[in-house]
Ligand binder design. Structure first.
Ligand SMILES: Nc1ncnc2c1ncn2[C@@H]1O[C@H](COP(=O)(O)OP(=O)(O)O)[C@@H](O)[C@H]1O
Ligand SMILES: [Mg+2]
Length: 389
């Protein structure tokens, strides 16, 4: 790539656009409606540059294919061992029966610090399939397994987070729809998640699909979730709001309720497209509805270390978002995609898998940020460790 400087890539004010990690509630130097640079970001130039470069090469070429020849019919699962996180390093699928599916123990269970005040994170990216729900579920589970009180609000009418936690979300089940449309208190619809003490889920039913339209004519339509969160009788350590793949009123409700946005970015070809739109929306919400809102965390997901593409995307994202990007990168892993089928997080499904360890590491970074930047209670001594059972 010719000129990789932030200026050349159109990010002269990336800290201003993103707002930085400002847990004290200070929206940062660039917050506000007059944030220059935002309007210039119709398309992220880095996405264009990356696309052009990749178009010139074979985009799916991999390092391991270039060196020792591998029979073309060999699938990913049977590929030779590689120096990176790949599915081949997971235990064979045959081991994934009921035995491993119900281990119910995390890889590590040392309690982490909890924040001094409730942290509300919207997990947002209007692209579908980037790992919003998977990250919400697994980060929440990891934090709960390490002593935090966590609420997950499923704000996607598809109810994938509810499914992943094994929480009933058939039509008519008391859900986030009742909270948004009828003003029902959140705690009345928060359901405990089995095997994960301290973790609760507000399910989404298909009724939520209509809420986007029903909300349009309602008073304070953008702030209904925020009001519900503020009215919680007992604060949680973390509230995660799993957003739908759109930038409509449901996502706006999440962004108004949250202080922080966590953006999962898939290490894939189109990963960066649409990001400027998301950042612009976050900026608008901050300017008009929620001055505390800031992007606090970026998580790289579905990283396949065999591809140059994944590495390139990860590098670009780290270059431009700096410390907002968690050090832990989530690998593409069969175990991660299998776990929801058992109504489990990957930590309880297969605690020793690479996917579980990566989510544990990512969650620990989030918890440590609570301690370092928001102020948190010291972790309990190991003797007071919470059992996941
Ligand atoms: N790290 C991963 N490795 C393998 N599959 C993954 C991983 N993360 C997510 N998936 C799978 O990708 C699909 C989309 O993920 P999901 O979390 O539902 O995305 P989103 O909520 O952004 O639409 C799901 O089938 C999920 O199981
Ligand atoms: Mg989802």
């Amino acid at each position: 790539m010719a000129d990789n400087s932030p200026a050349a890539l159109g990010w002269p004010l990336q800290a201003a656009v993103v707002g930085g990690y400002t847990p004290t509630g200070d929206p940062g130097p660039g917050a506000g409606a007059n944030n220059p640079g935002v309007d210039d970001m119709d398309e992220l130039p880095m996405a264009v540059a990356l696309r052009e470069e990749l178009a010139a090469s074979v985009s799916r070429e991999t390092d391991w294919m270039a060196s020792p020849p591998v029979p073309s019919q060999v699938s990913r699962e049977t590929a030779p061992p590689l120096p990176v996180d790949v599915d081949a390093e997971d235990p064979p699928l045959a081991d994934a029966g009921t035995e491993t599916a119900h281990i119910g123990r995390p890889a590590r269970a040392t309690p982490w610090p909890t924040p001094s005040r409730q942290r509300v994170l919207g997990i947002a990216n209007q692209k579908g399939g980037v790992g919003k729900t998977t990250s919400t579920v697994n980060l929440a589970a990891a934090l709960a397994l390490h002593g935090a009180r966590v609420l997950v609000i499923d704000l996607d009418p598809q109810g994938n987070a509810s499914t992943a936690f094994g929480v009933d979300h058939r039509g008519g089940t008391p859900s986030v729809y009742d909270v948004l449309v009828d003003g029902r208190p959140l705690h009345e619809v928060a359901t405990p998640v089995a095997e994960l003490p301290g973790l609760f889920c507000v399910p989404a039913t298909i009724d939520l699909a209509g809420a986007e339209i029903e909300l349009v004519s309602m008073v304070a339509r953008e702030s209904r979730l925020r009001r519900a969160v503020e009215a919680l009788p007992e604060p949680y350590d973390f509230v995660f709001v799993d957003c739908p793949p759109s930038l409509g009123l449901l996502t706006v409700n999440a962004l108004v309720a949250a202080q922080e946005v966590l953006i999962p970015i898939q290490c894939e070809f189109y990963a960066l497209e649409g990001l400027s739109q998301l950042l612009r929306n976050i900026d608008l919400v901050r300017a008009h509805l929620n001055p505390d809102l800031h992007v606090s965390t970026i998580l790289l997901t579905m990283y396949d270390g065999r591809t140059r593409l994944a590495e390139q995307v990860a590098q670009e994202v780290r270059t431009h978002f700096g410390e907002l990007v968690l050090g832990a990168t989530i690998p593409r892993s069969v175990r991660i995609s299998e776990a929801p089928g058992y109504g489990q997080s990957v930590m309880t499904y297969d605690p020793a898998s690479r996917g579980a360890i990566a989510y544990i590491d990512a969650a620990e970074e989030i918890a440590q940020r609570s301690a370092a930047e928001i102020g948190g209670e010291a972790a309990a001594s190991p003797g007071e460790e919470r059992s996941p059972e």
